[in-house]
Write a protein that binds this ligand. Sequence first.
Ligand code: FES
Ligand SMILES: [Fe+2]
Length: 398
Amino acid sequence: MSTEEEKKQPKSRRELVRTMGQSGNYWYAMEESKNLKKGNSLEVIFWKSPIALYRGDSGEVYAIENRCPHRQLRLSSGIVEGEEIICQYHGWNFDGCGKCTGISHELGKGKGKNELPNIKVNSYPVQEKYGLIWVFPGDPALSEEVKIPAIPQLDQENPWEFIPIDVKLEAHYSMMLENVCDFNHAFLHRKFKPFTNPHLLGTRREGDTIWIDYETDMSQSSAVKAAGEKKGAGLENMTLWYQYPYQGSNTADKYLHWLFMTPIDENHTRCFFVFLLGPLEIPFINKPVPKFLRKTVIALANKFYIIPLLAEDTYILAEEMLGQERHPDIQHLEFNPVVGEFQKMSIEKWEEYVHTEALRKKKQKEAKERYVFTGAGLTKKELRAYNKMLEEKEEAGL
Ligand code: FES
Ligand SMILES: [Fe+2]
């Protein structure tokens, strides 16, 4: 290994996790449903893999690799017609499975779908739930058995109202995770005081979920005061979780949140927050907020409390990113045990994804399938390197 390569090798668990994406074998929130209207398309990215999302005339959403195989133009900048998308350059049509179904010029003129050359780009399972568009970027065969996390408050007969919040973060996803579950940063939020004097009670891992329990004083929170809570009584305990790859929290079954992160690259992450607020009271008169007003109250809570609070976090994480870029080799002085636990699970799950995708690709190759698609987020180079490592291990009898 050259000295240059050696220099680039991650030296600590923190450095390592910051180079990794998230396993594609889960459902990822990619966009709010309301932002994709019938006949429109847009681009989303899952760990460096661009995906074209488009909504056909029927209202159905499709997710295909965002490149026209002809000259690699973005399909998301094309034209949606019926249930297909047409590349704007030479007018090749693609269906929701990524198959080229029409070619406007001489090569394909007058030819039916099955007479055309077999041209295809990758396609991804997609569904809509909780106001969000979810894509399964990994092995499609797993997309049925792996579920979008259930949110009972939204699945019940009278679902709680909510308005998703879309945050574009200029930092690695693991930094957002470490931020949300580390209440030692109460100082940053000294204006809103969402938690004061936090005390970490404990953390435990069960399968692919890490639970964290905090005791904290919420009586000084401006939201708790505005919500008419009696000095935060009954809100002293908060449970948080990292249920891979999602994060959430619950306070007294009354205030909950979910954070759905989609990693874009080492420096960018798309975060969708769903905050769930239980029965709310009108401040000062302490009467429950009537149902017809709840959505307005939630919009106000988002605008004046949650969004500004999250803006403090996104600002500080971009700062942390800068610190990391300037001083990549200096070890952090990390005092919160949760951070290390999160990093371990994130690394484990990413390595598992690379491993299973490398095997899938190998099998496809052996079966001599015409198109070898691997999950999004992985480059051929990464998989080759992984396969090489496996072969070397095998040869060495390890
Ligand atoms: S580049 Fe898309 S049809 Fe030619
Ligand atoms: Fe925060």
